[in-house]
Ligand binder design. Structure first.
Ligand code: ASP
Ligand code: MG
Length: 441
């Protein structure tokens, strides 16, 4: 058995859905469980519709048209999708009357994207003679906590998923399951979502719980690349990475996989393959526990923009332990997560993503420390074998110095597979390009 996951752009229109159906057909012998995202940018459009509804305007025209047109082009019966569109309109009308929306209602609202896409794919597959059955994730055992918009799956799913998909696994049910990514239900029966990009987690969770041979996530590129191919023309596919490296890549800006998606497969040891839907023959990249051959010194380079550096210097005679504990407690209190950190006895520098309002946090920190915030920064991360960190740092920093790039902070992650450097945001792309050239020629 395998799991095949297709993201939004892979099912963005009728032609793409047909193409995905042909890939599923090609893998039919392997008994796939298919996981789908919402069509194209539907999730974004639903979130926009929610904001509009709060201001009193009900507008689902764009989303409705995309799904109706696509169903027509695929030549499938649209009844099940129409029911959902009606329900969606009712929900938006309710929101527009209340002029407010809770996180719970927002999750209910965005769930329509995935629920519509699985219905269309199952109907299309059946129409071309491939037995398929659509499932909302909760109908195959996806149960989560109630942290709306970023719910965690409960441990029960390790049992509930196999028990729901048992018939397909043991061959008594032949219809290929087409399952919604991204969504679940909490114990009270409310719909939850697993965080943006969460379909990857749905796929790896199913794969791990069913101990499949392989989880495949299908993209538009040849797997994981040594750098963002839009930035670096010479970027190459990386044939093999470890779960740990993949997790670092996801956390530090590579748009490959949802950061949390590695957790279940790390537990079960299930391999994950990132494949190119435009190049089916290409093996793509495989994500495994350990490198099969020699560990490559550098695996890939990523970047994250819109970062601020906090330089925090103790103004009190606190011992180092007390100082750090106090500082981190303030971040916890304001729910601001730190990405990269470097410390000395009486000072600490750390980075945060700048989307949040940080004024309360800064005021609290200033009670015990001098705080200087530098905005407009970027984190460039070298995912590498830290056993070679001296050599990697030497050649990378040489290249950056030659090009006049000033590194403002550096940190080597505890996971031992990441070296992060902080640079000015407007130099981030150039930094990636220079490092890529230094490591990959
Ligand atoms: N449709 C959701 C999103 O756009 C989930 C996913 O694509 O994985 O975030
Ligand atoms: Mg999406």
């Amino acid at each position: 058995m395998i799991v095949m996951k297709f993201g939004g752009s892979s099912v963005a229109n009728a032609d793409r859905i047909k193409h995905v159906a042909s890939i599923i057909k090609a893998y039919r012998e392997k008994r796939p469980v298919v996981v789908l995202s919402a069509m194209g940018d539907t999730t974004d459009h639903l979130l926009e519709a929610a904001d509009k509804a709060v201001s009193g305007i009900v507008d689902v025209a764009g989303v409705a048209q995309l799904h109706e047109d696509t169903a027509r082009e695929l030549g499938i019966d649209i009844q099940t999708v129409q029911l959902l569109l009606d329900e969606l309109k009712q929900l938006l009308t309710g929101i527009s009357m209340l002029k407010e929306i809770s996180k719970r209602s927002r999750d209910y609202l965005v769930s329509f994207g995935e629920r519509m896409s699985v219905r269309m794919m199952a109907a299309y597959l059946n129409s071309i003679g491939i037995p398929a059955k659509f499932y909302d994730a909760w109908d195959v055992g996806f149960i989560s906590d109630s942290h709306y918009m970023s719910a965690e799956l409960l441990d029960d799913v390790w049992n509930t998923i196999p028990s729901h998909l048992d018939g397909y696994k043991n061959g008594t049910d032949d219809a290929i399951p087409i399952v919604t990514g991204f969504i679940a239900k909490d114990a009270a029966g409310n719909i939850t979502t697993l965080g943006r990009g969460g379909s990857d987690l749905t796929a790896t969770m199913i794969g791990a719980a069913l101990s499949v041979d392989e989880v495949q996530t299908w993209k538009d590129v040849d797997g994981i690349m040594t750098a963002d191919p839009r930035l670096v023309k010479d970027a190459k596919p990386v044939p093999e990475v470890t779960y740990e490296e993949a997790q670092e890549l996801a956390m530090f800006g590579a748009q490959v996989l949802h950061p949390r998606s590695m957790l279940p497969v790390r537990k079960s040891g299930t391999p994950v393959r990132v494949k190119n839907s435009y190049n089916i023959e290409s093996p793509g990249s495989i994500i495994v526990e350990k490198h099969s051959g020699k560990v490559p010194p550098v695996c890939a380079i990523t970047s994250v923009k819109h970062v601020s550096i906090f330089d925090i210097v103790s103004t009190r005679m606190l011992g180092a332990a007390g100082f750090l504990a106090h500082i981190f407690n303030q971040f916890l209190k304001w729910n601001v997560s730190i990405d990269v950190i470097a410390t000395s006895e009486v000072s600490v520098s750390c980075t945060v993503n700048t989307k949040a309002d940080l004024s309360g946090l800064i005021a609290d920190l200033k009670n015990v420390a001098d705080v200087n915030v530098r905005t407009g920064k970027a984190i460039v991360t070298i995912v590498c074998d830290a056993a070679h960190s001296s050599a990697i740092l030497a050649s990378g920093f040489d290249a950056l110095a030659d090009e006049g790039i000033n590194v403002q902070m550096i940190s080597q992650g505890a996971s031992k597979v990441n070296i992060s450097v902080l640079v000015d945001e407007d130099e981030a792309d150039r930094t990636v390009t220079i490092l890529h050239k230094a490591y990959f020629g």
